[in-house]
Design a protein around this ligand. Structure first.
Ligand SMILES: *[C@@H]1O[C@H](CO)[C@@H](O)[C@H](O)[C@H]1NC(C)=O
Ligand SMILES: *[C@@H]1O[C@H](CO)[C@@H](O)[C@H](O)[C@H]1NC(C)=O
Ligand SMILES: *[C@@H]1O[C@H](CO)[C@@H](O)[C@H](O)[C@H]1NC(C)=O
Length: 431
């Protein structure tokens, strides 16, 4: 890339789109060669889907790393997906999802909790336990350990049922504008998300904000990729009663006080070292999502230890078939200890995608066919019933400062008290 990046990227996007269209038309009229030739001279028998780039609008200067959000790791250094080695079915799914979305996803072996040596389980383990919970916890810690060992500056962590929107790269570009705003990041910076963050929760199943503090948000109104309130079936919700935060299709980027679920989050090297310290050396070892949530809530490492997107950007895919195949964490037990309900064996007849509007999972075939019209997942409540990738542009967000007294609720969350033993919070990710 010796061209200025802005020129390069735009040219690349346009060429990709244009070549694909040329390819489609030459194929259909049967004229000339039926495989396109790119300017580089390489023959490309199967043009890659270009839709993942087509809708990203970046007008920041060429030296701004925000351009990297469009790269194959979303501007993080790595994307890791945790999956049990025996769930080859889920790896097939993730490989397809990565290919279609132009993302490099590296598999990390999930851990069979029954095989962890008893000495390696912290003696002060707190709350929910059992092999499924230990295994899940260990797999996340293995990632943090590797980041420290290899100097990996940032990673996006996915669990193996993660599903994301066709507009993921555009959404993450906007999210990056939000994290930079909340952390006061200024150029130059290394990461497109700014260089002062620990944990970015983008695939939770519920998150809180902190209405007890005056604080700033990044708010995008009328975003067609935001699911309506009636589709938000989880329990933990932020207080968005301040008028500037309202709207059924508003996404906010915000300081997160608590979170549920670890379907997807990004962690920086600094965040990885802090969580590893907390979980391996302090007396705080517990189910990983509760552990992360408590670190957010206690604020020991600053009020912005966790930054969230609400509603979440990464959702969840459920394959057709018996429901007890969904989660390896639950399958791997905790049932005999009586901590989790046994999973239903009931059949699911159609694959499902929750929490996103234009999920890649349910649109893989359309994308492989280079179709441009993508239907909304729940047209009765989503903002629009379809989009045309040819000209769709995600709306831009902006900063919003909210004072404590602008929220409707009178009840304010008490200030965090670091150092105290923390209570077990209910509600875990199913994975
Ligand atoms: C994407 O960008 C990030 C941030 O600049 C960088 O660390 C990473 O190596 C890039 N990934 C790829 C696949 O080029
Ligand atoms: C996990 O290990 C236990 C104990 O060896 C074994 O019974 C079980 O089948 C293993 N589970 C998987 C999924 O490998
Ligand atoms: C960002 O700057 C504002 C205004 O100076 C300040 O109130 C806020 O605490 C800063 N936030 C961070 C995370 O440094």
């Amino acid at each position: 890339m010796f061209l200025p990046r802005s020129t390069f990227q735009l040219t690349f996007v346009c060429l990709t789109l244009f070549s694909s269209l040329l390819w489609i038309s030459s194929y259909h009229v049967g004229s000339g060669s039926n495989s396109p030739t790119f300017l580089s001279g390489h023959r490309a028998p199967t043009p890659p889907p270009c839709s993942v780039h087509a809708n990203v609008v970046v007008d920041e200067p060429a030296h701004d790393p925000i351009w990297d959000v469009q790269n194959r790791t979303l501007g993080f250094q790595k994307i890791f997906a945790i999956s049990m080695p025996h769930r080859t079915d889920k790896r097939d799914y993730l490989a397809l999802m990565g290919h279609i979305s132009e993302l490099d996803i590296e598999f990390i072996d999930g851990v069979n909790g029954s095989l962890i040596h008893p000495h390696a389980i912290p003696s002060n383990w707190y709350g929910d336990n059992g092999p499924g919970t230990y295994g899940c916890w260990r797999a996340h810690l293995d990632i943090y350990q590797r980041m420290l060992q290899e100097g990996i500056q940032s990673a996006l962590v996915l669990e193996d049922d993660a599903d994301w929107d066709i507009l993921f790269k555009a959404q993450m570009t906007e999210f990056a504008r939000g994290t930079r705003h909340i952390t006061n990041a200024t150029l130059p910076m290394h990461s497109p998300y700014g260089d002062d963050w620990d944990l970015l929760t983008i695939g939770h199943t519920g998150v809180d904000n902190n209405p007890g503090l005056d604080q700033t948000y990044w708010v995008t109104k009328n975003d067609p990729t935001v699911i309506a309130e009636k589709r938000r079936t989880w329990g933990r919700k932020p207080d968005l009663s301040a008028p500037t935060l309202g709207g059924d299709h508003t996404r906010v980027v915000h300081g997160a006080r608590k979170l549920t679920g670890t379907a997807s989050y990004a962690i920086s090297l600094r965040g990885a070292s802090r969580v590893l310290y907390d979980q391996a050396m302090l007396m705080n070892a517990q189910a990983i999502d509760t552990a992360l949530s408590n670190m957010c809530r206690l604020g020991k490492w600053g009020p912005n230890f966790c930054i969230g997107a609400y509603p979440m950007i990464v959702g969840r895919y459920r394959a057709a078939g018996p429901r007890d195949k969904d989660s390896d964490r639950r399958a791997e037990t905790n049932t005999e200890q009586g901590h989790s309900l046994p999973q239903s064996k009931a059949e699911r007849f159609e694959p499902e995608s929750e929490f996103t509007v234009f999920p890649v999972s349910l649109n893989i075939e359309r994308l492989m066919r280079n179709e441009l019209i993508i239907p909304a997942n729940a047209p009765e409540s989503d903002l629009v019933d379809k989009i045309n990738l040819h000209d769709f542009v995600l709306p831009r967000g902006g900063p919003v400062f909210v004072r404590q007294n602008e929220y409707a609720s009178k009840e304010k969350s008490p200030p965090a008290t670091p150092g105290k033993r923390v209570g077990r919070s209910l509600g875990h990710s199913n994975s």
